[in-house]
Design a protein around this ligand. Structure first.
Ligand code: FO1
Length: 308
């Protein structure tokens, strides 16, 4: 059974919009389809950063200043790991480890990532459906002037410093959308694209052909919230990456990148806006819960004005 609204999301910025939507919508009327291109195995543990960031954000457990991981986390595991001389560029908090260990055990027992993710969301009483984009492996790789880097090495170890030439998604040609993903896009009243990095956090979803086709074919209006605020990203490498790809750091470039399946774009107050699609304006900086609700409402209102 699909829900009334659907949001495609990845990364920290995306989680904030999803939080805003859950605050203004009735319980269980929203489905979040989450990027898994950031996923990787570390010390044999399956890490799903964008899923976990969303679960923490929606359950009020997230570390607000870091944007990822848990509030009040402890780092005993990392201290012992370092004492053993192991690589410590990717921080695994003591509480965070529970999700990776349980996810690993469930995958080993034959459960799908979808089933495991739904189990976590239910355990924390989250008022929405959280679906990975796929239960198959899709891995984001970033071709840079320092070589081809797996996503987390680019993003965390190299702190997004290398100059990006191209982003690719290993496995997406074979990957199937997770159960419920296509129906969530086709049978809803509106689809939202969260203010995630289009090239790093949304493109992995679009690299799965059936997802892109569903966005082109759905009768629901599709509305994105721009990740840019006055030509800069709130957090993360969106603006830097756009410049490295030779693109203008504008909302027009973002709308063009998505394509003509996008019906509307919510932009930050007086920022530039293309005239090729419907525009809504609001302060899109999301810090407080009220901010998140404001931006969610702006996206909902824009979608309500649009019919395909
Ligand atoms: N981001 C960092 O910048 N440094 C880290 O050490 C780090 C660890 C980490 C552990 C679990 C997790 O779910 C996310 C983590 N992130 C970390 C964020 C991660 O790189 C995500 O891919 C970003 O949120 C971008 O989507």
């Amino acid at each position: 059974m699909s829900t009334r609204f659907t949001v495609l999301t990845g990364g920290v910025g995306g989680a904030k919009l999803v939080d805003g939507l859950t605050r203004i919508l009735p319980p269980h009327s929203l489905t979040a389809i989450v990027n898994t291109g950031d996923d990787f195995r570390h010390f044999g543990l399956p890490i799903s950063p964008d899923i976990d960031t969303l679960l923490y954000t929606l359950s009020g457990q997230s570390n607000q200043e870091l944007g990822w991981g848990r509030e009040g986390e402890t780092w005993n595991f990392m201290a012992v790991l370092r004492s053993l001389g192991e690589e410590d560029w990717f921080n695994l908090g003591d509480g965070d480890l529970a999700l990776h260990i349980l996810r690993g055990a469930a995958l080993a027992a034959g459960d799908s990532l979808s089933v495991i993710t739904a189990r976590f969301a239910k355990a924390w009483g989250l008022p929405l459906s959280v679906l990975p984009m796929s239960d198959d492996s899709v891995a984001t790789w970033v071709a840079t002037d320092e070589g081809l880097l797996p996503f987390q090495r680019y993003f965390v170890e190299h702190r997004c410093a290398p100059k990006v030439q191209m982003v690719r998604f290993e496995g997406s040609a074979e990957a199937q959308p997770a159960p419920g993903v296509i129906s969530a896009i086709m049978a809803c009243e509106a689809v939202f694209i969260a203010p995630s990095n289009p090239w790093l956090s949304v493109d992995p979803l679009l690299s799965i052909a059936a997802i892109r086709t569903a966005l082109e074919e759905t009768r629901a209006p599709v509305v994105a919230v721009s990740p840019l605020i006055t030509g800069k990203a709130v957090k993360g490498p969106t603006a830097k990456l756009m410049a490295e790809l030779g693109l203008d750091v504008t909302n027009a470039a973002i709308a063009y990148h998505y394509g003509d399946w996008l019906d509307g774009l919510v932009v930050h107050s007086e920022d530039d806006a293309p005239d090729t699609l419907a525009i809504a304006r609001t302060n899109t900086l999301m810090i407080s819960p009220d901010d998140r609700e404001r931006v969610a409402r702006a996206a909902m209102d824009l979608a309500a004005q649009l019919t395909r």
